[in-house]
Design a protein around this ligand. Structure first.
Ligand SMILES: Cc1cc2nc3c(=O)[nH]c(=O)nc-3n(C[C@H](O)[C@H](O)[C@H](O)COP(=O)(O)OP(=O)(O)OC[C@H]3O[C@@H](n4cnc5c(N)ncnc54)[C@H](O)[C@@H]3O)c2cc1C
Length: 675
């Protein structure tokens, strides 16, 4: 959607060729008519408010940028309160402000940690203050010396029964908390993860609510050392966030600030487990990862929207007879690089919508004390987080290249989008470490199935996203029946080969591990293969959820047909990219692989007239896109020209430094003895 301007629509011709109802597609993308309307309202509210301008953000110094973030966060809060926005509206408003800041961690990690790990009394005490922003919280887990290996954290929380207090301490340099967002400058409180020591025994990592700064003047409390960890990758981007460093020098907190839902320390210093099961923590994890997958589809769709619109405007080379130049979107290479990314944006959107359902399902099962599906739900969310964020990071960079030189300008929006997005591959679990966790679950199931193949029809069946593994006898032997390119349009044909590939890769790994001297050695040696098996499994989940989405009623002329094409593109481009997997596991023949590629080419041609309308369906304002190349009206060149003049370097015609460094050079009358 455009947000102002009123220039003639240079993309009108592209929009006229669409073969589907864009409004219907907006509903399919957003999830409901209501979701479209709320998102639209919030996006326009932000776009029309001058405080939320971001067109010069990449030109600000770090200090200016941070202050600008504080201003935007405070203004957003003011608007949320004034307009009495609902939680849904407030979340969307923050999304469209589109500037990482302390509020993300306050709402996204601090509040959920207290909700998930605090007792009822603790929630009653802390949450109202957090909801009203009387305190600002962050999530302090990672240390200078340890990230992925949480059990290796060094910060200590030693119980002192004489004072009924914990003593928080950072015994080494490497125990300094390092990275938490919002910690450096903004937070007044943190949930701090530390080794709990009582009665001389180390009980491992637990969470504690610790006040860090004075609520009167914001200065650090005695014994607390705090600061920002320094500039990060890119201009603007994540530099708006005050990722911080924190050290404790014997800082005391009351005993009741240990998060005590799962375990407690008594007044006497005894460590006791509560009767609340540990599995409850899975619920929060599923929730957080579901939001990360949803964010992947947002970031990817933004990049794709920019690249598609610009590729329709950009022309290079003409016909041989000097006729008009060709839109770069018409080049088959541009289509084969770009349309799979467009299809991936839709695929991630739908798997994200399914994850929302999964979260509700997991929550209900937890309430009913049914923990049977949790390991599978945990593995599936970990895998989806890993695969979608890695692919999105790569895709944003690909979109930059698809926009040629102009894609490298900050005003294209792509460098900042990339810089702000890539850490998603690292935070909330490094992607490789997460995939290895997925492969452990797959390995266990594959091993169990191999042992019980004969009884599997009657034995314990795998559930949820690993249910297909129960079909081991068929999937280990089946051969694809595809005989023509169009046979690949059949979702059942696609599903079968993706299932067979994932299962065979898992079984191969399990067989090879069983030959190793020990399981541990086998795991370590085969971890690269395990990783690939986990990726195959996760890609199957995404393909399956897209196919299932298409079995729903999807209103709007032509909408379902377009989605069917995108689903085929998503699956077949993966098949083409990972052809080695499919061939080496014997799931398809080389000819069937070639047929898939043939169909892909035809599908790209069918998507071409719909491409601009398919990105319009994301319904992004020009403000949110933040890209002169992705403008709704396609009026790219005047905008590029105008943006350039905003650069501080253009404030003077003759640059600073001319007198000292350029002029003497130009005026030098050196006698160069050798010339
Ligand atoms: C922008 C950003 C924001 C963040 N915000 C927060 C925050 O708010 N709060 C917080 O507590 N933390 C935060 N973090 C920290 C983040 O959670 C950690 O960076 C993350 O957990 C990874 O840990 P690490 O950096 O120590 O990487 P490492 O674990 O040191 O990983 C380094 C490399 O080793 C590999 N590796 C590690 N273990 C294994 C293994 N077992 N097998 C194979 N390979 C392995 C990894 O794949 C990676 O390639 C943030 C980080 C970033 C970048």
């Amino acid at each position: 959607m455009a947000d102002g301007g009123g220039e003639p629509d240079q993309l009108a011709g592209e929009r006229a060729t669409a073969q589907f109802d864009v409004d219907g597609m907006k509903v399919a993308w957003a999830g409901s008519r209501h979701a479209v309307e709320v998102a639209d309202r919030m996006a326009r509210l932000v776009a029309s408010d001058p405080v939320f301008r971001k067109d010069t953000r990449t030109m600000l110094s770090r200090k200016e940028l941070f202050k600008d973030t504080l201003k935007k966060a405070a203004h957003a809060w003011k608007r949320i309160v004034e307009l009495r926005l609902t939680e849904e509206e407030a979340n969307l408003l923050r999304l469209y402000v589109d500037q990482p800041g302390y509020v993300d961690l306050h709402w996204g990690m601090f509040v959920p940690a207290i909700k998930g790990q605090g007792t009822e009394e603790q929630q009653k005490k802390w949450l109202p203050m957090a909801y009203k922003f009387q305190i600002i919280g962050c999530y302090a887990q990672t240390e200078l010396g340890h990230g992925s290996n949480v059990q290796g954290l060094e910060t200590t929380a030693t119980f002192d029964p004489s004072a009924d207090e914990f003593v928080m301490h950072s015994p080494t340099l490497t125990s300094s908390k390092w990275w938490p967002g919002g910690l450096g400058k903004a937070s007044t409180h943190a949930v701090v993860y530390a080794r709990l020591i009582t009665e001389g025994k180390d009980y491992g990592i637990h969470g504690f609510i610790v006040q860090l700064r004075s609520l009167d003047d914001h200065s650090p409390l005695p014994g607390v050392t705090l600061g920002d960890i320094g500039g990060k990758f890119g201009s603007g981007a994540y530099n708006s966030m005050d990722n911080g460093v924190l050290r404790f020098d014997h800082v005391r907190i009351p005993r009741d600030q240990m998060l005590m839902r799962l375990s407690q320390v008594t007044r006497e210093g005894k460590y006791v487990h509560s009767d609340v099961p540990k599995q409850l923590l899975y619920g929060t994890m599923v929730y957080v990862r579901q939001t990360i997958v949803a964010d992947a589809s947002k970031a990817l769709s933004r990049a794709v929207c920019i690249a598609v619109r610009y590729s329709a405007i950009r022309k290079q080379f003409g016909s041989q007879d000097g006729g008009p130049e060709t839109q770069v979107l018409n080049y088959k290479t541009q289509q084969s690089r770009l349309f799979p990314l467009l299809a991936s944006a839709y695929a991630y959107r739908f798997v994200g919508q399914w994850l929302k359902w999964l979260y509700t399902d997991v929550t209900q099962k937890l309430e009913a004390k049914d923990y049977s599906t949790l390991p599978e739900a945990h593995a599936c969310t970990a895998g989806l987080k890993s695969v979608t964020t890695s692919a999105t990071a790569d895709a944003i960079e690909e979109c930059r290249k698809l926009c040629g030189g102009h894609g490298y300008l900050n005003s294209s929006g792509l460098p900042e989008l990339f810089a702000v997005y890539v850490p998603a591959c690292t935070y909330e679990g490094d992607n490789v470490v997460l995939l290895l966790q997925v492969s452990v679950v797959l390995h266990l199931v594959a091993r169990f199935l191999m042992k019980t193949v004969a009884q599997v029809a009657t034995g314990k069946q795998p559930v949820g996203t690993i249910a297909y593994m129960g079909n081991i006898q068929h999937l280990m032997q089946c051969k694809s029946a595809v005989n023509t390119a169009e046979d690949w349009l059949n979702p059942a044909a696609i599903k079968e080969v993706f299932e067979a590939r994932a299962l065979r890769m898992a079984v191969n790994c399990a067989q090879n591990i069983s030959k190793a001297p020990s399981q541990e050695e086998g795991f370590s040696e085969l971890s690269p293969d395990l990783l690939e098996a986990a990726v195959a499994h996760v890609q199957l989940i995404i393909v399956t959820k897209f196919i299932e989405k298409l079995q729903e009623d999807i209103p709007g002329p032509g909408v379902k047909e377009q989605l069917q094409k995108l689903c085929s593109i998503y699956a077949l481009h993966l098949l083409h990219k990972h052809l080695g997997d499919f061939l080496s596991t014997g799931c398809i023949t080389a000819r069937q692989g070639a047929l898939a590629n043939e169909l892909l080419g035809k599908l790209y041609a069918q998507v071409r007239p719909n491409a601009v309308a398919l990105v319009d369906a994301f319904d992004y304002t020009d403000h949110y896109l933040g890209s002169v190349l992705g403008r709704y009206d396609g009026d790219v060149y005047p905008a590029l020209y105008e943006e350039a003049w905003k650069d501080p370097l253009n404030e003077t015609v003759v640059p600073d430094g001319y007198q000292e460094h350029l002029r003497p050079l130009l005026k030098q009358q050196l006698k160069l003895s050798r010339l």
